[in-house]
Structures are given as C-alpha cells and as structure tokens.
Design a protein. Sequence first.
Length: 574
Amino acid sequence: MIDPPGPHWLLTSLSLFFATFVHEDVAILAGAAYVAEADVPWTLALVSLILGVISSDVAIYGLGALANRSPRLKRLIITSRVQQARQWLSEHLELAVVVCHLIPGLLFPTFVACGWFRISWRRFVLASGLMATVYVATMLFVWHSFGTVIREYLSYWAWPVAGLLALSLTALTAGRPRWETLSKAASNVNSLSTRAVETWRRNIRKVSHQGMPPVGRLLRKAAPGEYLPERLFYFPLILQWLLLGLRYRSLTLPTAANPAIQSGGFWGESKSACMDLVAEPERKWLADYITFPRRGDAAADGQAALAAMREAGFAFPLVAKPDIGWQGYGVRLLRSEAELMDYIAGFPQERIIFQRYCPWDGEAGVFYVRMPGEAKGRIESLTLRYFPHVVGDGTATVAQLILHDPRASFKAQMHLGADPHHSGLSEQELARVPAKDEIVRLAFIGSIRVGGLYRAANTYITPALMERFDAISRAMPNFHYGRFDIRFKSVERLAEGEDFTVFEINGAGSEPLQAWDPDTSMLQAYATLLRQQRLMFRIGALNRARGYTPTPWSAFRGDYLRQLDLVARYPRSS
C-alpha cells in the first residue's frame, strides 16, 4: 500500500503550482532540482507544474473575459495591440498557445485577447493542457538531465548555474518586440483571400522551374520553423549541444569534424578556402571562381577587379559574394561594370569571391557524411531549392501578385525592397504585368531567408550520384560532414551524377535542408536536426581520438562575432 503524501510533499506541490504564475521556466527548473536533490517523485512534480501552467493560462484568459464587464479593467489591459488579431486567434488558437509559451513577453496580451474576444474556453483549455503537458514534461526532463550532469563538476553550485542559464536564455529570446511576431502572422493570413490561396495551390502543383520537377501539393505555405524567431527555433538544439558538450567534455568538439577547415566550417570560415581543398580531377565539378581582396579606394579596387576578371576569362553576368558568408547575405548577380563598381563601393575591407554565373535554374543542397576511418561516405539527404517566384495571370502586376501569393507575401518585405539586407525588385519590375503562366523570379538567391522553397528529394539519390559526391568529398583532406550547394541542368541528369556544378561547400555549420520543407512537421524537423547534431559530435570525437584538436572556445566565439559583424556590413543581396 502506498503511503499518502505528507505535509512536506504537499508544500512542495503547492510551491511548484504557484511558482508557475511567476515564471514557468524557473518553476520547472525548481521542480527538476526537487526531483534530483529532495527525492520528490517525478509524478508529483510533473502534475503540479502542468496544473500550475494550465491554471495560470486560464487566469489570464479570465482577466480578458472579465474586462468585458469591468470598464476599469478594460482600460488597463485591453490595448490597441490586444485587438489586432481576433480573426487570426480564432482560426489559429492552437498555434498561438504554442508560440506564446515559447516566446517571452507574448503570452499575457495574447491570452487576455482570447478572453476578451470570448474565444471558446473549452478549446482554449484543451490547447493549454496539451501544450503544458508536452512542454513541462520535455523541459523537466531536460533540466533534470542537465542539472544532474553539471552537478558532477559544480557540486552545490550546479542548480544556481542552471537557474542563471534559464534566465539568460529567456533574456536572449526577449531582445525584440514580441507582439509583432503574432500580428505579422495574423496579417499574412488575413490579407489573403480564399480565391488567392486556391490559385496559388493550383499553380504550385503544375508550374516548375526549368529542369526541376513541379513543386507539387503543399500541406502548408511555409515550414513550421519559418514562423518562429531564429533564436527560439534553435533553443532545443542549444540545449542538446550543452548536454553533448558536457558528455564529450568539449563544447567545441564539432569543429574537429572537418579538421582542414577553420572551425570545422561551423562559422567564420573562408568559402574559397573550402573550395580550394578539392583536388584534381574533381575540381571540374566546381564553378570557376577567383578571390579579390577589397583594400582601399573603391574606384581603384573596381578597376583592379575588372582586370582580374578579364585575366580569369570572366564576363558579365557573374556572381559576387563574400568570402565569409551566411544565408546568402551580400550575394549578388552583377550584370554590368556599373553594378560591379557599386557592389565594390559598398563592400567592407574584406575578400570577395567572383564566380562564373551558371544559368541553370535547378538548385539543390546535397548533404554528405563520412565517418572517420570509413572508405566511403553517403548522401544523407538531397533537397531541391526553388527560388522565390510568382506566376503571372496576364492582368496583375508583379507587386500585386506578390501581395496575393501566400508564399511570396510571407516574405513580401524582401521582394518589395523594405529589408535593409536585400535589394528586392525595382519599381519597374514591380509594376510590370507578366503574361499568363509566366514564372517571375523574385530573387537571385534561393535562401530560406528570402523565401526560397525547399523540397525533400531523396528519391533522386542514386548509386551514381552517391559515387560522384563521395569522390568529390574524398578529394578534400579530412572532409567528413557538410553540404554541397549545387546548380544542375535537370533533375534526371543530376540523378545520373552529371550536368551539375558546385558553387559552395559548407562544413559543420550546414544543415540538412529537408528540415525546411513545408511538408516536414516540426517534430520531424527537430528529429532530423537533433540527430545530425549528435552525429556531428560523434565525428568530432572520432577525429579527436585520431589526434585532431577542437577549436578553442575563445577562437570559436571570435569567429562567430566576426561573422556577425561582417554580415551586418555587406551590401544588399539580390
């Protein structure tokens, strides 16, 4: 027979329950500490925290409902921001509950709005209960595991350090206005008519870029991760990174995955240096490129760049991009000398890559892994990248097509020139009326940052393709983990291992792009990314055993800060 809970357990349960009203994450951390240090049963901590989270959500909902009857309370909590997203909240309540629990500062005004608009309380409680159960169970396990591991090294300081980390992570994700995250999503949904959505779905199924298969039917317009701020989306990976770093006794162990590349190719590495590693005869698969150091006077550098181009046999158009790059920042297609001079004038005193332009529309990311000691590696994933586009109807301008296309409108600020890091289309291009079924390309780069659409295409991975990229990879010294970004003539020829060109090689900082396929669920995306992160640590550990040393933390952090600084100073991408 099980003894009933004593006064101590009852007090613990009540303290955890009410702590959720103050700060959920700190309450969960306290629950993990109770379980680890005070032998509090898992079930007691879990149930207390879940009931506390649900109760606090309902209490905030109740404040909004009460404001309908209390003019004074209405003046205090019903601001103009609370009234922005009634329709969106009604249609996407479950998503709102999830997002609000993950983004600091957004929960209170949103849940007040739910009560104010009298959105079904049964539906609200159900969504809150499901989210609370999953979130509390996951975070309780994570914090318990983390605290138990670091306790071996920090003794009684372990839990204060974990608490400080929890508060720091909250502060990091609270660095920008939060309500705009939800209101932006609301405007994206509410501005599109049912007819526009149906037209988009019909076009996306039948239209294709040259050499690419049709996009096909999409379950949603964007991958679930595209709706979340970047730092929030990567939070679970940061937690696993910390746990793996403690397990392997090195937070920078993945930098040993590719010992010949600076920081393993995680960030801050030279793109041209990565390409330089490829030895003959496999260099024939690389797009021709030269590097040019930006040194002083813009006019003199421009003339020197033109001379270097002529010497290399390059002609316009050509691609210009930073040697230290990320997500397509600063990448631009140059069509004339005037555009070259303008690009150089806006570029910092760093190295530029000039690359021969490949006119093929087909673009893909080939993710490759080879374990140290293995004779052959494998292609983990092949993901097709469709550049941002709209389809003409013969009557609407490009600007109108962008605003009425679910996918394009999602990144409308990029295409309309409102983003400081991307040039977008010119006024003439936006005012043009494309012919019916004409595909209008909205950006040269296909990065997810500007609305590139990614589609998993592992069915096109063949023995011939595997052999081709294994040969390229083995032509690079100690290259074990990374992604090849390629252009290709047709997907059929690519499957045969022919008619493609590699325009960039990415190391440990690269991702398997299928995680950003709109048909990939959030759970599937995390399963893929977390698995690849564990694989990256394993490769690093094997290389460390072979005598390769991971990058020191100070240098690793320095590479990251330098890359951030450079990205902010690059010219707009195109």
